[in-house]
Design a protein around this ligand. Structure first.
Ligand code: ZN
Length: 315
């Protein structure tokens, strides 16, 4: 019997990850590429199509033998329709029949889901939230994304837009968010938001300062700069309070923290844990033992979530 091969991937605002894997989770081919930033969806679909064609050639696979394609994407989308309604990070603000566009390139079933929904499924199935039936995945990177896993299933809400913790309000004053709203959590506490706060304080064009990004803000804070410390501490407080509210609301037993900002910063997660324990309603953290843990599947969580989804649907 011919073995099944699946194409899985994750399309973020800046990076795209694509893998070809077999039914036993063996990785046959893997590629990281830049998401064609600010490009229309046709270009993103074409980029995925071309990269996967290249991968298939490299492993000697005929496209007809692909069993399924599953892509997690940084967008608010209706899972059943396969239509994207909004993507702050890809700068798409009109409805896009993304799954249909992908389906035109592939003769096998195509699945698309919000990247954080895919990631929570990946982490619950193979990663840091294994064994939990009530979990959330929060990614803190350029933006802030969230995926909910309730009663052993991805929770998408009535039309697929649930879990958008990055866009809850009201944090700070007068800062526009990529979603079109104002003063979302993401606009004040994401990695890019911390860099933006630094740019409002210091002049990047001063050669003694240079380009300000998230890593520079953390370096400055580590060197004892009080303003950089303040920027980070305020972001942690805002994220921690939001997560505490999530725990109070949903009585979760596991919070998986992903994304570049928390990666390799164990104190960042420890501080979030302290705030959650302090701010969530007592039984939700004293009777329930809430695990606040780093993501285990890293940047591949979403891709493996799409794999789990396709396995469950037996395609
Ligand atoms: Zn927003």
């Amino acid at each position: 019997m011919e073995r099944k091969v699946y194409a899985i991937g994750d399309v973020g605002g800046t990076k795209t990850l694509l893998l070809l894997v077999d039914g036993d989770r063996q990785v046959l081919w893997r590629q990281r590429l830049r998401t064609p930033a600010g490009s229309p969806p046709e270009v993103v679909v074409e980029t995925i199509d071309e990269a996967l064609s290249q991968g298939q050639r490299e492993i000697g696979l005929d496209r007809r033998h692909l069993a399924g394609v599953g892509i997690g994407i940084a967008a608010l989308l209706d899972f059943d329709e396969g239509v994207i309604y909004e993507s702050p990070n890809l700068h798409w603000h009109e409805p896009i029949p993304f799954r249909r566009m992908m389906q035109e390139c592939f003769p096998c079933p195509v699945y698309i889901d919000n990247d954080a929904n895919a990631a929570v499924l990946g982490e619950a199935t193979y990663g840091a939230a294994q064994g939990h039936r009530y979990a959330a995945y929060i990614t803190i990177s350029t933006g802030i994304g969230g995926g909910l896993y309730l009663d052993g299933k991805v929770y998408r809400g009535s039309r697929g837009f649930a879990g958008e913790i990055g866009h809850i309000k009201r944090f700070g004053k007068g800062r526009r968010c990529g979603c079109g709203g104002e003063d979302c959590l993401e606009a004040w506490a994401s990695g890019e938001a911390m860099a933006r706060s630094a740019r409002e304080l210091w002049d990047e064009s001063d050669p003694s300062i240079g380009p300000l990004n998230t890593a520079v803000v953390f370096d400055l804070a580590a060197a004892g700069n009080p303003l950089a410390r303040f920027i980070i501490e305020r972001a942690i407080e805002d994220i921690g309070t939001s997560l505490a509210n999530l725990v109070t609301l949903l009585n979760l037993s596991c919070l998986v923290i992903g994304g570049g900002v928390a990666q390799n910063r164990s104190d960042f997660i420890a501080q979030l844990r302290d705030i959650i324990n302090r701010a969530a309603i007592a039984p939700s953290v004293k009777v329930t033992r809430v695990e606040v843990v780093p993501a285990r599947l890293g940047a591949e969580a979403g891709a493996w979530g799409m794999f789990a989804m396709m396995q469950a649907s037996e395609c």
